[in-house]
Design a protein around this ligand. Structure first.
Ligand SMILES: Cc1cc2nc3c(=O)[nH]c(=O)nc-3n(C[C@H](O)[C@H](O)[C@H](O)COP(=O)(O)OP(=O)(O)OC[C@H]3O[C@@H](n4cnc5c(N)ncnc54)[C@H](O)[C@@H]3O)c2cc1C
Length: 350
């Protein structure tokens, strides 16, 4: 992998945190004919996860043919059929086997490699979710190629854009590997039509490698609110909330009045105000909702790394010098314990 350009970008304005070069069109048609991308699809309980759509959107952006890959219990009748309807997918390789249901990377990697080799794919793309992040480095190692992580742009079939140093710089990387193994940032690749396709679902190869790990159980935080990573509105709280009780009392009614997902800064998560799964930022989730409304968050660069692509950023902070105001579209200087309940009432009555 060859870094070919480094664009230094600075903390202040949101525009400065964007890649400086525009995405190119898909690779030229002569080259595009040679491209064949395997989009690795993630499913939970028979339904496609949003990371699958990002993988497909990126695969389509590359140009060339797009094949989906999915494995798990009875996927042919559920998530594979759902994937087949997505516009732009030509074929879905499906492996019905309980051993792959939980997507354990140790078991899934040899399965994927078998199918990549058999299909002679030039590109393998997965969402930069926990699943993709665990799986694709293993796949790259088995193929003896370099993995390219968390891309936000595609310049050509071998050149990709990715943020580094918590979004402080944008790196353009060129890969000379014969198979490009890539994870993509969900917020950067969303342009996909879930209906209108009619791909064929065919059996993928199953090497039936003896399982190296076994799924035991999982504990998931349950919430009736929209999922943070894909919500169109996010209400986020920081250390300024002072306690979990105040976080819940102040932020949850605002989120519910807007039909928004809840997010939090790392300081709020570390202080126990909010669950770990709600952290937004460099070491949390990346979000790009229509509205990101935050209160009691200073705007540290590691937090901005996870939310700067939001369409409208609104911030409430008692400190007029708080860095969050440098990227906010709308700012309110004041005490959040007064302003947030007041705003909640206004939203409810509107
Ligand atoms: C390697 C690394 C990774 C990191 N990853 C992340 C990450 O993923 N996400 C993340 O968020 N952080 C991350 N951080 C931490 C980050 O640097 C900051 O420490 C953190 O974001 C601060 O959270 P905060 O804004 O809630 O708290 P603070 O910085 O303490 O800010 C609290 C804000 O609340 C305001 N406030 C206080 N009381 C009130 C009130 N009554 N009314 C209105 N405003 C009030 C204050 O003026 C202040 O601006 C990371 C740090 C490192 C080193």
């Amino acid at each position: 992998m060859i870094p070919i350009a480094r664009h230094s970008v600075l903390r202040a304005a949101r525009s400065q945190l964007q890649p400086t070069r525009k995405l190119s069109q898909p690779a030229s048609s002569a080259l595009a004919r040679l491209l064949s991308t395997l989009a690795v699809l993630e499913q939970r309980n028979g339904k496609l996860e949003s990371s699958s759509l990002s993988a497909i959107a990126a695969a389509q952006k590359l140009g060339g043919s797009v094949t989906g890959f999915i494995a798990g219990s009875g996927v042919k009748g559920t998530s594979a059929a759902e994937a087949a309807k997505i516009k732009g997918i030509e074929k879905v390789l499906a492996v019905d086997n309980d051993a792959y249901e939980k997507g354990l990377p140790e078991n899934y990697a040899p399965l994927l490699v078998e199918n990549i080799k058999k299909g002679e794919f030039t590109h393998v793309v997965a969402g930069h979710s926990a699943f993709g992040k665990s799986l694709l480095p293993r796949v790259a190692a088995l193929l003896d190629v370099q993995q390219i992580s968390d891309i936000t742009g595609i310049e050509s079939e071998d050149t990709f854009v990715r943020p580094i140093y918590a979004g402080n710089a944008i790196l353009t990387v060129q890969s000379t590997d014969n198979v490009k193994v890539i994870t993509v940032r969900g917020t950067a690749f969303q342009d996909v039509e879930a209906e209108g396709g009619s791909a064929e679902v065919v059996d993928g190869a199953d090497p039936n490698v003896p399982a190296m790990t076994e799924w035991v159980s999982e504990e998931l935080a349950k919430s009736e609110r929209p999922e943070l990573a894909t919500a169109t509105r996010v209400v986020s709280g920081g250390r300024g909330l002072k306690s979990k009780e105040e976080f819940d009392r102040i932020m949850l009614p605002l989120a519910d009045s807007l039909g928004a997902a809840i997010g939090a800064s790392r300081a709020a998560v570390d202080s126990g105000f909010a669950d770990n799964s709600l952290q937004v930022g460099q070491t949390g989730k990346n979000v790009a909702p229509q509205l990101y409304l935050c209160a009691g968050i200073s705007g540290a660069i590691q937090h901005l790394a996870g939310m700067k692509d939001s369409k409208v950023i609104a911030a409430i902070n008692k400190d007029p010098e708080a860095p969050i105001f440098q990227i906010a579209d709308v700012g309110l200087v004041g005490d959040l314990f007064d302003k947030v309940p007041e705003l909640t009432e206004k939203v409810k009555s509107a």
